[in-house]
Design a protein around this ligand. Structure first.
Ligand SMILES: C[S@@+](CC[C@H](N)C(=O)[O-])C[C@H]1O[C@@H](n2cnc3c(N)ncnc32)[C@H](O)[C@@H]1O
Length: 261
């Protein structure tokens, strides 16, 4: 069933949430703005483009007052489901900790959400794409949280400073696709097939003893048994997994995997 705002028949799964989101934006433009306000907004945008070329990122979302800057083309899903990480953490009985690391962070939706929601005292983020790291730096500077957040451009964990220590790692990482990929990109797909193996092989040295790694994956592309050997080879152990559900209890196409280190 597809989303249908008018009939009120919404299929409560992930893809429909995305559809709903874009329809909502369309309605905002159509119904809540006059031609005049839209023209003013367009003129402001043009002015910023011409006279302040440095401010090319737009505020994407605010988490408890923490404004996160990004661009639509770098959203790997975290924009929508970062808050759901808190439900997964509460489900597993994981409360506030000292330092969280957001792996494959993109612009940092998940890490900044957890920082803004009080799940940690400080956060570290990394991604291989220097462009998204520049966005995360912009978020840090704009919010004045240099003392609470560190960001690194890193291929998996290779460029992470040796002194980093984490109590919790969260990740919404690219999938190893179980189907033929038509448009390859590193946001959605790990075409090397080794990203997670490399991650689990190197994460232990950064973990405080007993720390957790919570990752989100697609059900059609992997299962706990796909990751278990990598986790055990790296010195961790699988604790549990849960299917991601919406607030009504409807299952989505994703699952969380929790391991301890
Ligand atoms: C699915 S997106 C998720 C982004 C963000 N966590 C979110 O939820 O929107 C995956 C991210 O992994 C990054 N990535 C891909 N390969 C990587 C690698 N070898 N090392 C670190 N990050 C990588 C991509 O640049 C992309 O930002």
């Amino acid at each position: 069933m597809s989303s249908d705002l008018k009939s009120g028949k919404l299929d409560p799964n992930w893809f429909d949430a995305c559809a709903l989101n874009s329809q909502y934006n369309a309605r905002l433009l159509e119904e809540w703005h006059t031609g005049r306000t839209l023209a003013k907004a367009a003129a402001r945008k043009l002015y910023r483009r011409i006279f302040r070329p440095g401010s090319k990122y737009v505020p994407a979302v605010a988490y408890n007052g923490l404004l996160v800057f990004a661009r639509p083309d770098v959203n790997g899903g975290g924009l929508w489901f970062a808050p759901d990480f808190s439900r997964a953490l509460l489900h597993f009985g994981i409360g506030k900790c000292k330092r969280i690391f957001d792996f494959c962070a993109g612009p940092g939706y998940i890490g900044f959400f957890l920082l803004g929601s009080g799940f940690c005292e400080s956060v570290a983020l990394s991604d291989i794409n220097p462009e998204v790291i520049a966005m995360a730096r912009h978020t840090i500077a704009y919010n004045g949280i240099e003392h609470l957040a560190d960001v690194y451009t890193s291929d998996v964990l290779e460029q992470i400073p040796a002194g980093e220590r984490w109590d919790l790692v969260v990740a919404n990482s690219p999938v190893v696709p179980s189907y033929e990929v038509k448009r390859a990109n590193i946001i959605d797909y790990d075409l090397t097939g080794h990203l997670h193996e490399r991650f689990y092989a190197s994460v232990k040295k950064f973990m405080n003893p007993g720390g957790f790694v919570l990752t989100l994956h697609t059900r059609r592309d992997s299962s706990v048994e796909f990751f278990r050997p990598m986790i055990e080879a790296g010195g961790g152990r699988v604790i549990d997994s849960i299917i991601r559900k919406d607030f009504r209890g409807c299952e989505s196409d994703r699952y969380y995997l929790l391991s301890q280190w």
